[in-house]
Ligand binder design. Structure first.
Ligand code: ATP
Ligand code: MG
Ligand code: MG
Length: 406
């Protein structure tokens, strides 16, 4: 019973108003980027009200949310004020003020997933230590805080050596590779120095990167989405193929690692588990996102219940939906900014025009106020009867020459 979401604060003095829709609870979302926007779109379909806290007046979610509060999700006062208008608080980004969330939770505010989960995940080193404690397979890692300790780590793990910022990482910003001992000092400097908090990971020569989205409801029941393959370009997720072309054995292993990882964290919602598949068929966990994820965009068109609807169902204590695919194959292509300003918009526009001519393709444009290089501006999902067919549609879209199959 303690798992029931709190009644929305706008309920009259006579107590909660009778539930006449899917849910009367106002969902508060910290962050109003594209993930927040797609959460709002799923909410709108079900008549669920979302309030968004984001500092940008014209953030992607602002055009589709029920209410946009302009303020920073890393500002404790702003988060505290914002929480008063919400029945349940959730996130579309993990870089929020987790200390304030912990205090709010202690005062009875319903946060899903739990503040403890956000705290663990937002510090990637702490996250790695946490999963290692729970026996989840990971690349070797160690904290580094002096040039002596990073040189020692280089000797132990060898080169290339992956150096990572503990905090505020996204889209590979916060990662840098040292190819030899002599690179270490410049790599450390490029990440802002040791005082920002760094750790290193053994380089993983993976065959594929995989991702599994796990949903957990308030009562603890879990469902997993089909394993997908994520293809990164310069550390940024670029293409997602669903389902992944790996054996059933690997699918099972990936799903069980993902499930075990999420079992070690508290709270309801969807979680994305990024994985490496190694040459010797091991699955290693890269990192977890405590929220809907880029690798699950395709679920909007390709699954019975999208990851966004699933997240809302999970945090509101509604029955979880069916995560399975309703089409044989899907491919998702991220539209990354290729140029600043108008030139970038023009390139994206040409791509979108071509996509609109491809059967089975859906265009998502986030309407971010500014175009920047390597920024995620939108995405295109192509759903079709087979992997070959959706891949060839993507080749057409990207005007790749496929007359010469290899
Ligand atoms: P996200 O946008 O997913 O939050 P991030 O900035 O947190 O990304 P990571 O997920 O740590 O960055 O790494 C980004 C990419 O870099 C990975 O998807 C993978 O391609 C590569 N990578 C990360 N760690 C390693 C490693 N130990 N060995 C080899 N490649 C790695
Ligand atoms: Mg990350
Ligand atoms: Mg990542």
């Amino acid at each position: 019973a303690s798992m029931q979401p709190a009644a929305a604060p706008q309920d009259g003095p006579g107590g909660p108003s009778p539930v006449h829709g899917v849910s009367e609870t106002v969902v508060g979302v910290l962050g109003g980027g594209q993930l927040g926007k797609m959460l709002c779109q799923a909410a709108s379909q079900m008549g669920i009200k979302i309030a968004v806290l984001d500092p940008l007046q014209d953030c992607p979610a602002s055009s589709v949310c029920h209410e946009h509060v302009v303020g920073s999700f890393s500002d404790g006062d702003a988060v505290r004020e914002f929480s008063k208008r919400c029945g349940v608080l959730t996130v579309e980004i993990e870089h929020v003020d987790a200390v304030t969330l912990e205090k709010l939770e202690a005062q009875g505010v319903d946060c899903e997933p739990k503040a403890s989960t956000i705290s663990i995940i937002q510090d990637k080193y702490r996250q790695k230590r946490h999963f290692s404690k729970f026996g989840i397979p990971l690349p070797d890692f160690v904290e580094v805080d002096t040039s002596h300790s990073i040189e020692k780590a280089g000797e132990t793990f060898g080169y290339p050596l992956m150096v990572k910022s503990k905090r505020l990482a996204y889209d590979g910003r916060g990662n840098a590779v040292a190819h030899k001992k002599e690179d270490l000092s410049s790599v450390v400097a490029s990440l802002g120095g040791f005082e920002h908090g760094l750790y290193v990971e053994r380089w993983t020569t993976f065959v594929k990167e995989l991702s599994v989205i796990v949903a957990r409801s308030r009562d603890g029941s879990m469902v997993c989405y089909p394993v997908v393959e994520t293809v990164h370009r310069e550390n940024i997720c670029h293409v997602v193929e669903a389902p992944a072309e790996v054996s059933d054995k690997i699918k099972k292993l990936a799903t069980s690692v993902a499930e075990n990882a999420i079992k070690s964290l508290e709270g309801a919602g969807v979680f994305a588990v990024e994985l490496f598949l190694t040459e010797d068929d091991q699955i290693l966990l890269n990192e977890v996102a405590p929220r809907p994820h880029n690798s699950g965009h395709h679920t909007i068109e390709s699954c019975y219940t999208s990851q966004y609807e699933q997240h809302l169902r999970a945090i509101l204590g509604l029955p979880l939906g069916d995560p399975s695919m309703k089409a044989p194959a899907a491919i998702m292509y991220n539209i990354l900014g290729e140029d600043e300003g108008e030139a970038g918009f023009s390139l994206a526009h040409q791509l979108i025009r071509r996509a609109l001519n491809i059967p089975g393709a859906s265009v998502h444009w986030y309407a971010k106020p500014e175009m920047r290089k390597q920024r995620k501006m939108g995405h295109i999902t192509i759903v079709g009867p087979s992997k070959i067919s959706v891949k060839s549609c993507l080749d057409d879209l990207l005007q790749r020459n496929t007359s010469n199959p290899s």
